[in-house]
Design a protein around this ligand. Structure first.
Ligand SMILES: O=C(O)CCC(=O)C(=O)O
Ligand SMILES: [Fe+2]
Length: 211
């Protein structure tokens, strides 16, 4: 069989477990190219609850794109979390999972979906000709902060893949391949929540430090 040239990934962990400073993370499943990894035990129940409590009053109807206008693409409500002790601890843990220094992270972005709300299929990286693309995003970690009664899967339509939200678990994916076709396969979205609500915390990571 011909051997394929496999591009190097940012994610550098092998085996079933990732040891971070304060927590052992479990690798549940992997999709190889583009690399998508489902992880368990990323955030503790207490941390999930604290993040939700901190955000409940802060999240506003999500604004995306240059116009910063309300958009049907993302009907959920979101906000970047202000820096605090819990956020710092989680960001450090995420940094070792994602294998990128904390300074490359945008900080924790919290999203809340009520029944009927969704995030349509999109790319996390910025369009090549945009200003933000000068220091583009390279990888994402979406952490699930609660159990969703029904719906709310993170779906990858070009891969026929979906990840069901579960409290404390996370889905990681990266899109910094030389092969742009591989990056484009990371098209993803948050399926409509049909029962209950959904809370996620997202860390988007840049190629270069932000501070
Ligand atoms: O809610 C989800 O499952 C996906 C969230 C997402 O795509 C993002 O935060 O960029
Ligand atoms: Fe996304």
């Amino acid at each position: 069989m011909p051997t394929q040239n496999k591009e190097q990934t940012i994610f550098n962990h092998t085996g079933n477990k990732i040891a971070t400073e304060d927590r052992e993370i479990n690798v549940i499943s992997k999709f190889e190219a583009p690399l998508i990894v489902v992880l368990d035990n990323v955030v503790s129940d207490e941390e999930c609850e604290a993040l939700i409590d901190m955000s409940r009053n802060k999240v506003k109807r999500s604004k995306i794109g240059v116009s910063r206008e309300e958009n049907d693409m993302r009907t959920s409500s979101g906000a970047f979390l202000e820096e605090n002790e819990i956020a710092t601890i989680i960001e450090r843990r995420i940094s070792s999972i994602m294998n990128v220094p904390v300074e490359h992270g945008e900080g924790l972005h919290i999203l809340n979906y009520q029944p009927g709300q969704e995030y349509k299929a999109h790319y996390d990286y910025f369009a090549e000709n945009s200003k933000a693309a000068q220091n583009n995003r390279i990888s994402t970690l979406v952490m699930y902060l609660n159990d969703v009664e029904e719906g709310g899967e993170t779906f990858f339509p070009k891969l026929n893949l979906s990840v069901s939200p579960k409290k404390g678990m996370a889905v990681y994916f990266e899109y910094f391949y030389q092969d742009t076709a591989l990056n484009e396969l990371t098209l993803h979205g948050g399926a409509p929540v049909t029962k209950g609500e959904k809370w996620v915390a997202t860390q988007w990571v840049r190629r270069k430090p932000l501070y």
